[in-house]
Write a protein that binds this ligand. Structure first.
Ligand code: MSP
Length: 641
């Protein structure tokens, strides 16, 4: 065993772009990795992508590209998002990389040579969406019990891993090592699963059915089952069977973070695989809950998928990271709503940390020549603030070790509120008036020092903004160190304050509520009219409406209105301006150059104070909206009918 900290996320399928669930696990791993680095522990953080298997193959077919191309294009979305979200992974593994494929093949060959894998014929109900066989008994209404999708009957020769041999051992291991599966109720879930007889695991797919995978080294007509391939990433990335020194340095992993839906693969398949290989098990597999959106399951069909890029573009990466970590109690499901996001943002960040920094910086600017003042002896009030802030340090540490980051953040926010109260109590502005300079300096130093500690505690969650805060306090832009946290009084006096700008501009909640209400009303009115009930009209009425093609010349956002875009369009020789409610669905640059369809003879109207000369056509279903466009290359101004 080693005392290093190795943390992993699941590797994400490259069949689609990342959503909030992917962003969450990766941010959580990043926050934990940053805390452990701050605590001076050797830390390694791995994430990556799962690029083989049927899901990716299907996506490639749908998108008319090769599987490799599908993977190469989609992986960029993940990598760019991680950059935007300030993720500090030490490695990013793709399962199509030779370094991974080699290790999977080494493992397969070794298990085959040692009789842990055997060939057998197999018949069963196969679910494409879950990529696995089910027994007759497991089906619900003849369908896949997990996805509810249809299954197909398949008979074929396949290769099996003798997983059943390890059932008794695994039950014992889980009972003897309660930290292996966390939280506790997930451990009970796995133990419940293990009360049923455990089957051997089919680890091959005939190439005739699925050619996209790693070839079995002992059977060239087969590829490896995607999960048997994917789980190996956690050790292939650190050199299992190739670089023993590196492997020993990091393995066993400290935390393997997963979502609750992939518990069985990580707490049954994975430990039995490791046991058969003769490798130790990870210390903890930690399953978090799911993000619901407005209390509903997120799904592409309802169109309520939260796009992490969009949120961090609009509110800032740090605020997005903060909300996710503060809102979810690890293990349970959590609800994501824009309103509660904005409310927490205003309370904790804008009115809390941001407000405190701007108060302290302004007073120091004005009264201390912009330099951190020299404090005198601490009075009772100062000691009280010091104690309140320093109490948050061990609380945060306990929260990290106990995987209760939400609690840790609550403790820090308590400290921030104590800072704001301290200002109200000590009223430094009256000390200015009464000329009590030494006392004023002590109060301002104490407040600034409290903020330095707060910034250190929050840094792993809000790395960008807490660096800004530290710069404002005259510190450098390097990350805080553990000694910065544990010792009160290390803020250098005499240091010149950096430029202070509002860290977290306040969100206008009333306006946000209005926007949300308006969007809801628009959705409801769209849903009011069932598709098959229509008022019939005369053909002449239809001909009254002039539909024309138009080319989008310019598209720009409208300040303060996040649902509309202002478009300049060309309709034949004429130029017009229209206001379109598409900002939640299209980026301005996606629209420029496109040929759309507009109602050309609408009376001009004023929308949000702007002239709008026409209306564009779009198809709306649920929360999705797609522009109506024309097939082929058609000039603008052409009549449609
Ligand atoms: N490729 C597999 C994992 C292989 S690990 C060896 C996979 N990929 S995934 O892209 O479908 O999902 C990755 C993770 O996202 C899973 O941990 C899953 O639980 C998580 N989430 C998917 N939807 C989610 C939410 N709505 N909320 C939180 N996490 C969710 O599974």
């Amino acid at each position: 065993m080693n005392d290093s900290f190795y943390i992993t996320t699941p590797i994400y399928y490259v069949n689609d772009k990342p959503h909030i669930g992917h962003a969450y696990t990766t941010i959580l791993a990043d926050v934990l990795a940053r805390y452990h680095r701050l605590l001076d522990e050797p830390t390694w953080f791995l994430t990556g992508t799962d690029e083989h298997g049927q899901k990716v193959e299907r996506a490639a077919k749908k998108n008319n590209m090769s599987c490799q191309e599908q993977a190469d294009r989609t992986v960029v979305n993940f990598q760019e998002l991680w950059q935007q979200l300030e993720i500090t992974h030490d490695d990013f593994i793709r399962t199509t990389e030779p370094r991974h494929q080699q290790v999977v093949q080494n493992i397969l060959q070794d298990l085959w040579d040692r009789g842990e894998i055997y060939k057998d014929s197999y018949a069963g109900w196969y679910s494409v969406s879950e990529e696995r066989f089910f027994t007759e008994k497991e089906l619900i209404d003849g369908k896949d019990p997990i996805s509810g999708r249809p299954v197909e009957w398949i008979e074929e020769d396949n290769y099996f891993f003798k997983m059943s041999n390890y059932q008794e051992w695994l039950i014992q291991y889980i009972e003897d090592n309660p930290e292996f599966i966390q939280p506790d109720f997930r451990r009970n879930e796995t133990l419940g699963f293990l009360r049923q007889p455990l089957n051997d695991l089919c680890i091959s797919r005939p190439k005739s059915r699925l050619p996209w995978g790693i070839e079995l080294p002992f059977a060239e007509d087969y590829v490896c089952y995607v999960w048997f391939d994917a789980l190996v990433n956690y050790i292939s990335a650190i050199g299992y069977s190739v670089d023993d020194k590196q492997f020993q340095q990091w393995w066993p992993a400290t935390y393997q973070l997963i979502g609750k839906d992939i518990l069985t693969t990580h707490t049954v398949y994975w430990p039995t695989m490791l046991k058969a290989m003769g490798a130790p098990l990870p210390k903890t597999v930690f399953a978090h809950g799911w993000w619901l959106v407005d209390e509903e399951k997120m799904s592409k069909t309802t169109g309520n998928v939260v796009d992490p890029k969009d949120f961090s573009d609009r509110y800032g990466t740090d605020a997005f990271r903060y909300h996710l970590i503060a809102e979810m109690t690890l293990g349970n499901d959590a609800n994501f709503s824009e309103l509660s996001f904005a409310e927490r943002y205003n309370n904790d960040l804008a009115d809390g940390v941001g407000n405190m920094l701007s108060r302290v910086a302004k007073m120091i600017e004005k009264n201390c020549d912009g330099k951190i003042p020299e404090p005198g002896p601490l009075a009772a009030e100062d000691e009280e603030l010091k104690a309140a802030v320093m109490a948050a340090v061990p609380e945060m540490e306990a929260a990290i070790h106990g995987m209760r980051l939400d609690r840790g953040l609550q403790a820090v926010m308590e400290a921030v509120r104590a800072c704001n109260r301290y200002f109200e109590k000590t009223t430094p502005w009256t000390l200015v008036k009464s000329g009590e300079t030494e006392r004023l300096h002590t109060v301002l130093y104490t407040a600034a020092e409290a903020l330095r500690i707060v910034a250190g505690l929050l840094y792993p969650v809000l790395p960008g903004k807490m660096t800004d805060l530290r710069l404002t306090l005259g510190l450098g832009d390097e990350p805080p160190k553990v000694v910065d946290l544990k010792a009160w009084g290390t803020l250098p006096t005499g240091a010149t304050l950096g430029k202070s700008k509002p860290l977290f501009p306040k969100v206008d909640i009333a306006k946000l509520k209005e926007d949300i209400e308006a969007a809801k009303a628009a959705d409801e009115s769209a849903d009011d009219e069932p598709d098959n009930v229509v008022d019939l009209i005369e053909i002449d009425d239809f001909f009254k409406v002039q539909l024309k093609t138009a080319r989008v010349l310019q598209a720009e956002p409208v300040k303060g209105k996040d649902r509309i875009l202002l478009l300049q369009i060309e309709v034949g020789k004429e130029r017009r301006q229209i206001v379109a409610g598409v900002a939640q669905h299209y980026q301005p640059e996606e629209l420029v150059g496109r040929t759309i369809v507009v109602v050309a003879n609408l009376k001009p109207a004023k929308i949000a104070g702007l002239k709008s000369q026409g209306m564009l056509l779009a198809a709306k279903s649920g929360k999705n909206l797609n522009l109506v466009t024309v097939d082929g290359d058609v000039p603008s101004g052409v009549s449609i009918g």
